[in-house]
Ligand binder design. Structure first.
Ligand SMILES: Nc1ncnc2c1ncn2[C@@H]1O[C@H](COP(=O)(O)OP(=O)(O)O)[C@@H](O)[C@H]1O
Ligand SMILES: O=C(CO)[C@@H](O)[C@H](O)COP(=O)(O)O
Length: 463
């Protein structure tokens, strides 16, 4: 039996799956947490990978790492990390995003060049922040890569000069073009002030090196592209992933180019494209309200499902950590409609309805780019919530399909590893069981949410 390993090194944790290469059957798995926060020393990811992969990785004949996108891993001339990586959910570089956009052609030019309208999440803005706020660290920086690139380099025992990345993660930097498939060095220079060594963009099914135990190492990918590969997304499929980030994405034959910035024009892990809407606030909105209510996951779900649609008039704008889409980095959460009749159940349901309403905005933005969902698949940690599953169809206004519980980012990485090991033109066809279809009647909650979202838009400027 040939075994491959897939890694998901995401915001809150590392997950490792050991998978049978021909069938996709999951043989074993491991998990390890990451430190909390919006910056992280890459060594913590390496330690989590060793912990989650103990007894698993060395059994694999091939391995691939899917990672949280955009993180800035800056290395010096000795390939040592210059400072903890700024992560995708760190908003300190929002001023740099605005300055770079205004100074260099505006949102349309950046979207045409890089598929992206700059936001604090993207690597280019973090490099600009480094140059402006930590000149001593910037002066030492010789190369820059992404979290999955750095872990892949460590697995290979390679140098930064030998490092690789893939199209999907390169497309989240702000200095690579999905349209041309090449880096855009002038965008990097505009951001950082000079050029830096960048990882080579490997082919989707390339073997880029070997591990210490002789396993083939595949290029790896960004976590959302990994999930798309793990799910085997096809035309008309749109995934809603509820992890630390809330992402709405599908696979396309053509790159997106959205000057509004709502839809990021990423590339996927198979040679196609991955238009994607990303919010900063998803599972942790529910975590916050669960903590405030002093309940566990099951009790929270029971509370939320005991309230009526509309949460008794309570409406939550879920921008607890600021928000990336829409671009409101200094926003906070807002709860409206509180009366003396409000209940704990209303509060729980308002958190679910508000968080999902922001994802419904993502579905609408994708549709506006011609990516109307004929099937919506719900994945990510918070998709395990019974309340989320049963409320989502009403908020989205469409049926929702729940694939069998699995870590689809890590599964996609494993599928890439099997693809590289096979040397075949296409990835192996794996079956993952039937999806559960959930239906619901459209509710008015998104209108309540839209009103609150629009009414508070002017508040951020004074924060
Ligand atoms: N049953 C559940 N109900 C609600 N949230 C859940 C449930 N199980 C896990 N989560 C949440 O899912 C999140 C982790 O999801 P995950 O997709 O692994 O995140 P990431 O990929 O960003 O690290 C955590 O915030 C956790 O609290
Ligand atoms: O920034 C994005 C996508 O643009 C996020 O999706 C990150 O890639 C983090 O993903 P999770 O940790 O939430 O899975």
């Amino acid at each position: 039996m040939t075994l491959v390993a897939g890694v998901d090194s995401s915001t809150q944790s590392t997950k490792v799956l050991l998978v049978e290469a021909e069938t996709g059957e999951i043989v074993d798995s491991g998990r390890a947490s990451h430190p909390d926060g919006t910056e992280c020393p890459p060594e913590a990811w390496w330690e989590a990978l060793q912990e989650a992969g103990a007894g698993l990785l060395e059994r694999a004949d091939a391995v691939a790492v899917a990672g949280q996108q955009h993180g800035m891993v800056a290395l010096d001339a000795d390939d040592q990390v210059v400072r903890p990586a700024l992560l995708w959910n760190d908003t300190r570089s929002a001023p740099q995003a605005e300055r770079l956009t205004d100074a260099h052609g505006g949102p349309g030019a950046w979207a045409a060049d890089t598929g992206l309208v700059l936001a604090a999440s993207f690597t280019a803005t973090k490099l600009a922040w480094l140059a402006e706020h930590e000149p001593e660290h910037a002066a030492k920086t010789v190369s820059v890569m992404l979290p999955h690139d750095w872990l892949t380099m460590r697995l290979r025992g390679a140098t930064a000069a030998e490092a690789t990345t893939d199209r999907s993660d390169a497309s989240g930097t702000g200095y690579w073009s999905p349209r041309t498939g090449a880096y855009v060095p002038e965008r990097l220079v505009q951001a950082f002030g000079r050029e830096l060594a960048l990882p080579r963009v490997a082919a989707p099914n390339e073997t880029v090196g070997r591990t210490a135990w002789g396993a083939a190492v595949a290029p790896g990918t960004g976590d959302n592209a990994g999930a798309a590969l793990g799910l085997g997304l096809g035309p008309g499929d749109v995934a809603v992933s509820l992890g630390t980030s809330g992402t709405v994405f599908g696979v396309s034959e053509v790159p997106a180019n959205d000057p509004s910035g709502l839809v990021a024009g990423f590339a996927d892990a198979t040679g196609r494209y991955l238009p994607l809407v990303c919010t900063l606030n998803a599972a942790r909105v529910l975590d916050t309200f669960r903590t405030l209510l002093g309940v566990d996951h099951a009790e929270f779900d029971a509370l939320a499902l005991s309230a009526a649609p509309g949460s008794g008039g309570l409406t939550l704008l879920p921008y607890l950590d600021g928000e990336r889409t829409p671009a409101r980095p200094s926003a906070t959460g807002v709860l409206s409609g509180i009366t003396t009749g409000a209940t704990r159940a209303d509060l729980a349901r308002a958190a679910v309805e508000g968080m999902l309403s922001a994802q419904a905005d993502g579905l609408a933005a994708m549709a506006a780019q011609g990516l109307e969902a004929s099937r919506v698949l719900l994945i990510g940690g918070a998709a395990a919530s019974e309340a989320v599953r049963r409320i989502a169809p009403a908020v989205f206004g469409v049926d929702v399909e729940i694939p069998p519980a699995a870590e689809y980012v890590a599964l996609g990485a494993a599928r890439q590893a099997a693809w590289a090991l096979s040397g075949r033109e296409h990835p192996p066809q794996w079956q993952h069981g039937d999806t559960e279809r959930l239906t619901g009647t459209a509710s008015a909650v998104t209108r309540q949410y839209a009103t609150l979202r629009n009414e508070t838009a002017s508040w951020d400027k004074h924060q």
